[in-house]
Design a protein around this ligand. Sequence first.
Ligand code: NAD
Ligand code: UD1
Length: 338
Amino acid sequence: MEKFALVTGGMGYIGSHTSVALIEAGYQVVVLDNLDNSSEKVLTGIESITGQTPHFAHTDLRDVDAVLEVFNEYPITSVIHTAGLKSVEESVTNPSKYYENNIGSTITLVKAMQTAGVSTLVFSSSATVYSSSSKPPFDENAKTFPTNPYGMSKYIIEQIMADMALADSKWRLGILRYFNPVGAHPSGKIGESPSGVPNNLMPYLMQVAIGKLEKLPIYGDDYETPDGTCIRDYVHVVDLARGHLAALEFLENKNGVHFWNLGTGKGTSVLELVKEVEKVIEKPIPIEMKQRRKGDIPIVFADVAKASSQLSWQAKYSIEKMCADHWKWQKHYSDSRQ
Ligand code: NAD
Ligand code: UD1
């Protein structure tokens, strides 16, 4: 039987790279997206990389009837669920928007899957579900305690999925806890397009590099880390995309709910990342030391042993490659807007 994957949020950063990986692996792909944080132009990017345009449903995942129509129209065999809102800051000021969109859309999706008889689902969760009281590296059994509504919405969806697996053994559910996705497709044709001033480090750094923003604020240089700045586990988005394929393959032979960290297992500090970007762009990045950002944890990196042993998945790309590919996309993206 032909493999037919529905990618919710497939016009977004992670969904678009995952769609490319699926098409390259021989899947037919249907992208479902309401274009809330993306543009239809992404289809052209995917097409120019893979030679195929995915089917596209311009649909809101909370619209039950429209989602059912998508399942009726295509012979979908599995779902990758990346659609969601992802700004921690906005979730703190508007929590109900996050609960309504992220949880509401997941419930609609699951109902439609039940009606259509589709039981394989891979969900985009986040390392943000781990408690700051856990000691890095975080393995999948580390204590969870999300500290903001965005993280809580991910945690609640994980719980819903775990309960579904308990209630009905037909479900094949994969929960991917991403660490810090960065980079872009090496072609420079798809990547991350944050709207407004970015909150996350890499897109901010890139906008300073291109001259759109003046200098990078560094939130704290007095942490207990070798250079005083926070350490994170950056992972190339193309590696992450391959992780979804590996999860789908695993679920072909396994029911139940399964959790995997997707990261490199290596930590990089803010200042180390700045240096890597400086090497790529061959000029200095202006920086400004600021107070610590509320809610930041000093050191976060993944224990990736489970994904390695169960999925035979490991991140391949180095931090240099992440910066080089992100820069290539940033240049392309900026040029296309001039
Ligand atoms: P993104 O904003 O680029 O992509 C998400 C896509 O979902 C967008 O295209 C948006 O238009 C769409 N969408 C949102 N709500 C929708 C709805 N109700 N119906 C249909 N489409 C909808 O984000 P991303 O970086 O690609 O993240 C994908 C997923 O991974 C998100 O769930 C996010 O929470 C999770 N995640 C992201 C990161 C990260 O750093 N990017 C880290 C951990 C987890
Ligand atoms: C953040 C979210 C996390 C989400 C992830 C998505 C918080 C507390 N956490 O993770 O829930 O899943 O984004 O990618 O918001 N930094 C600067 N200057 C900047 C931006 C960031 O110094 O302009 C620092 C931060 O203080 C942090 C590090 O860079 O130490 C990484 O920040 P960021 O890219 O926002 O990721 P996380 O905080 O790890």
